[in-house]
Design a protein around this ligand. Sequence first.
Ligand SMILES: Nc1ncnc2c1ncn2[C@@H]1O[C@H](COP(=O)(O)OP(=O)(O)OP(=O)(O)O)[C@@H](O)[C@H]1O
Ligand SMILES: [Mg+2]
Length: 425
Amino acid sequence: MSALAVKSLYKIFGSRGEEAVRRLANGAPRAEALVGLPATAAVIDADFEVKPGEIFVVMGLSGSGKSTLIRMLNGLLRPTKGSVRVDGVELTSLKPAALRKLRREKISMVFQHFALMPHRTVLENAGYALEVARLPKAERRERALDALRMVGLEDWADKLPHDLSGGMRQRVGLARALAAGTDILLMDEAFSALDPLIRREIQDQLLELQAELGKTIVFITHDLNEAMRLGDRIAVMRDGRIVQIGTAEEILTDPANGYVAQFVADVDRTRILTASSVMEKPHHVLDVNAGPRVAARALRETQTSVVYVTGPGKRFLGTVTEDEVLRALREGRQSLDGYVSTERVRTVSEDTAVADLFADCAESQHPMAVLDAKGRLAGVIPRITLLSALASATPDDVSMVDDTAPMDEPTRPDTELLGAKGEPA
Ligand SMILES: Nc1ncnc2c1ncn2[C@@H]1O[C@H](COP(=O)(O)OP(=O)(O)OP(=O)(O)O)[C@@H](O)[C@H]1O
Ligand SMILES: [Mg+2]
């Protein structure tokens, strides 16, 4: 079951909400549909589910409806129409007391402006939700301390918020949500007020914590790089509507429309694209039991100077070059065993970010070997492929988006530049 499920969800501010929903239901843009109505459409026909343990990012420009959406997820705002289910429970059917209880037990929220109480200690702030829930003092203290430990602030428990830096204060905000022990965290621009370096640090910390705790997180941001770093999946919002939901890689390589393409045009795609998305099929793979004659033929046919060699279970063993093949021939060997070297070719895993490949690439004479989780050769990355991936990551890329095209026409800027599987164009 999904942790959160949203169906045909609308929020109209102002009056005549039902009329507004009717006018918007056929997909009309909100600017046109509501002319003459005293109403603002903040969220239009949202549909998505968030799986337990997932980080689901909602990204969009200011005014696109992100905060309104997240505030309907914990029942702080009542939808004009549609359904929100938390662990299968329909929020719109709950009485206020039941809603408060569900919120307390299942959902915590982390805000952009920390919302710490200045006259209470860090520990008291971290344990605030537990105080509201009337837990005994000793238990509150223990759970709040645990949460502070998770974010690395246990030594600051007795300080006041103003003793802390911005990054630390936001970690207290995070600790408060963790101490509450809810499975779902809603984070609205939680890191947006922080300096870039601090922000990266706290993003890393969130990812580390998440690997351990497996919370269900809805994370709102207007920062694309943050969205791509954190999100298992990303929903892109525009003018109240969700225009695409997908993984970072899906959104980069296959934007749903020109708007999304333009939105993602200046993201550092070398950080998002992985080795597996730029690798190519290796042309010259031999089993270690193949003899040097077969290897010599492979070298000749492919006009390369290196053959990739695999062993039992197709595990990657290394390479042999022309010299070694010649040596094996001269020494009258029947197999390549004993001639395979791991020195000339760098190996990387499929999920290595392209950005992290450049150093390896410079040191590798031959195409890098990309290995899957079982150590099998999944593909190779020639230097030229990497260079073209780099080229497509430069700001020039923006010009690849045809901005004369209507916003909703599908354009696929970077796949063309990169070639379908990373072949240089
Ligand atoms: N309480 C309200 N009353 C009337 N209109 C509202 C209200 N809250 C939000 N809106 C409008 O709804 C739209 C969506 O606002 P929302 O705050 O959800 O956007 P957002 O994506 O969170 O923007 P930001 O990035 O600036 O936080 C905007 O046009 C906004 O003016
Ligand atoms: Mg907002």
